[in-house]
Design a protein around this ligand. Structure first.
Ligand code: ASP
Ligand code: MG
Length: 441
């Protein structure tokens, strides 16, 4: 079985849903089809939640009716028969009557917000599955809320998901198309919850891992992961193959195409992930798997909004336990450190979550000297296949950036990442310089 996930823009228009139907029935393979909400819906639902939290019930109602009107017109083009249309109408009336009922609830809590935002995926999957029925395509709608579960830390419970999913699929092994919701899940209290924004990719990977799928395909509206940011750099190209490690680095360091956690379950079970383009289905896209070709430089990605902290201590000379003390403070404030550089008496680290910065600085200040942090920094991450005995890798990267001030460099953490920190004002220049320096043919 394969898992195919379609994102918001891939289901965002009736004709796109028609194309998805053609895609998933194009061969006879068994598929689990994971859908996002229609594009714009999750944002609209969150904005309704904002109004409700602020007690602006009239504003919320207006937004709800506006969203419903969008669905009313969507289904008029989605379905071809009056029977299909009336089933679509029923789905929409049901879900919107639930949405409207939330306006009366006081106080409107986070639990209600999560129920509200789950409606996007509940709507898209029911509408699509009813469309398959109308078209005589046999399929099954598998409710994600019955098998997708997170623990108290918000992490998916892999064993539970695997057990539940297998149990629920067992009676339906003859079904070729199984539709389910991305993004939504339950928490340990049994409440509706979600895998955070963009979480449908993660759903697909969790399912793919759980059922040991042959392949996970993530269908979006671009032709795979690019070697550089196409919004900033001309002449980027889709990367044909990446290892799981390389893809994880890129997803984390800003390649928007994949939710950063997506790779983890797929990698754990060795299930390849293929990124495909709904608008150009025959394009090869990007294959993410255990092994790839030997190409040295694969891609460059950038992450903005980084702050660098500079920590010094003379007592660090010949001392041990100093790094532990520093990192315990970051741990205590649940603040991840992205990049790190050390000398005998100094440590520089970068963070992107500033919510506890003052407290972190106060605690570090008890045993270290702190320089003023540098804000508005960007991490540029060069990803590729850099085995330790290969000469000239760092030289090529630094040479490409020779005219740009670089604040920090991290090389050697893995064999496939060189990270550099620079002021965000140099980001575009740096991405372009790396494109010319590393990828020119
Ligand atoms: N609908 C959710 C979002 O917009 C999940 C997803 O699309 O992946 O974040
Ligand atoms: Mg997405």
């Amino acid at each position: 079985m394969q898992v195919w996930k379609f994102g918001g823009t891939s289901v965002g228009k009736p004709e796109r849903m028609h194309s998805i139907r053609n895609l998933i029935t194009g061969d006879n393979g068994q598929k689990m089809v994971v859908l996002s909400a229609l594009s714009g819906t999750t944002n609209a639902l969150l904005s309704i939640a904002e109004s409700l939290k602020a007690g602006q019930d009239d504003e919320a109602t207006e937004k709800i009716e506006h969203l419903k009107a969008h669905y009313d017109s969507f289904i008029r083009e989605l379905y071809k028969s009056s029977a299909g249309l009336s089933r679509g109408q029923q789905i929409i009336e049901n879900e919107f009557s639930f949405i409207r009922s939330l306006v009366r609830i006081k106080p409107f809590t986070l639990k209600h917000e999560k129920e509200l935002v789950a409606e996007g995926e509940l709507l898209s999957t029911q509408m699509f599955q009813a469309y398959l029925d109308e078209q005589g395509v046999s399929s099954l709608l598998l409710p994600a809320l019955e098998f997708m579960r997170i623990d108290t830390d918000g992490e998916p419970e892999l064993d539970y998901i695997e057990r539940k999913l297998r149990e629920m699929l067992r009676p339906h092994l003859d079904k070729h198309i199984i539709v389910t919701q991305g993004f939504i899940c339950r928490n340990p209290r049994g409440e509706v919850d979600n895998l955070k924004r963009g979480g449908s990719d993660y759903t697909a990977s969790l399912i793919g891992g759980a059922i040991r799928a042959e392949e996970i395909q993530i269908w979006t509206d671009i032709d795979g992961m690019h070697n550089n940011d196409p919004r900033i750099v001309k002449n980027t190209f889709p990367i044909r193959e990446l290892t799981f490690e390389e893809a994880a680095e890129l997803a984390y360091f800003g390649a928007k195409i994949l939710h950063p956690s997506t790779i983890t379950p797929a990698r754990k079970y060795g299930v390849p992930v293929r990124l495909k383009n709904t608008m150009d289905p025959s394009a090869p896209g990007t294959l993410i798997a255990d092994k790839t070709s030997d190409q040295v430089f694969k891609a460059v990605a950038a992450k903005d909004g980084i702050t660098a902290l500079y920590i010094h201590s003379l007592r660090m000379l010949n001392a041990y336990g100093f790094l532990r003390r520093i990192f315990e403070i970051f741990e205590k404030y649940k603040t991840p450190v992205d990049m790190l550089a050390t000398s005998e008496v100094s440590v520089s680290v970068t963070i992107d979550d500033l919510s506890n910065l003052k407290d972190i600085q106060a605690e570090l200040g008890q045993f270290c000297d702190l320089e003023e942090p540098d804000y508005d920094q960007t991490i540029i991450c060069v990803v590729g296949n850099f085995s330790a005995d290969m000469p000239g890798i760092a030289a090529q990267v630094l040479n490409a950036l020779k005219d740009i001030p670089v604040r920090m460099i991290s090389y050697g953490g893995t064999e496939h990442n060189i990270s550099l920190l620079l002021h965000s004002r140099y980001k575009a220049e740096a991405l372009n310089a790396l494109n010319t320096g590393l990828f020119s043919l």
